[in-house]
Write a protein that binds this ligand. Structure first.
Ligand SMILES: [Zn+2]
Length: 245
């Protein structure tokens, strides 16, 4: 049986059959992969508890007919602390959902993998809202649709204000924003933070301090932008709305 190694992060999982699980991974080598873990829901499984959400691990995988199968797991970081804090966990789901919805399966994106690992560290240590916003904005860039920030993507005019149009592709000029009923006014603080996060390193993002109102607007901006690219709603966004209530 052909086997191969990969380093990956668990983005999500669901039960399959009596005791198996399907796990969504993002790997350094192969990008997004969907794999099977056999009998993992039995308490006797030596893999039980090793592929919890956000776990960063080295894996040995065996080629399977429909799905490849996890043979061995060496946990590098289990991120248990991230799963124990509801707010961090919820923004972790947003990071996972963005990756699942926007990155096509089996396309290697090592730079996205590096961003994802940095985002998990930020989620754990910093403001989880800023962490998710930073990841989303940098992810858009890595995938080839970096939001416009200085020039209007529609007419090329000045777009230095706070008008954000997911449909047009980022910050846009006042005139073009009026033609898009879905545009958002972010306000000065959130607009400045969004422009900053577009080009910030993880360390720089970790030092950003924002008012609650502005963080909410940055999240709304990146969720709307991601949904316009994916052409469908993000499940994690609904969880965040419920959390805010
Ligand atoms: Zn314009």
């Amino acid at each position: 049986m052909a086997v191969y190694k990969a380093e990956g992060v668990v983005l999500g999982r669901r039960a399959l059959g009596e005791a198996d699980r399907v796990v969504d991974l993002f790997t350094r080598e192969f990008g997004r992969l969907r794999v099977k873990v056999k009998a993992v829901r039995r308490t006797t499984s030596r893999l039980a508890g090793r592929l919890e959400p956000f776990t960063h691990a080295r894996l040995l995988l065996a080629r399977g007919r429909a799905l490849d199968v996890v043979a061995q797991v060496e946990v590098l970081d289990g991120y248990a602390d991230l799963r124990e804090d509801l707010r961090r966990l919820s923004y972790g789901w947003l990071v996972a959902d963005l990756t699942l919805q926007l990155v096509p399966e089996a396309e290697p994106h090592p730079e996205v993998f590096a961003l994802l690992v940095e985002a998990l560290q930020l989620l754990r240590e910093g403001d989880p809202v800023v962490a998710a916003g930073w990841y989303a904005l940098r992810l858009f860039g890595e995938l080839g649709y970096r939001p416009a920030s200085g020039r209007c993507p529609s007419c090329g005019g000045e777009a230095g204000g706070d008008r954000w149009s997911p449909a047009l592709g980022g910050f846009c000029c006042p005139r073009c924003s009026e033609a898009d009923p879905g545009h958002l006014r972010l306000g000065g603080e959130a607009a400045g933070a969004t422009r900053f996060l577009l080009q910030a390193s993880a360390q720089e993002a970790g030092r950003l301090r924002l008012s609650e109102r502005a963080t909410g607007r940055v999240v709304a901006a990146v969720v709307a932008y991601a949904e316009a690219r994916a052409d469908r709603p993000l499940r994690a966004a609904k969880v965040l709305q419920a959390l805010d209530r």
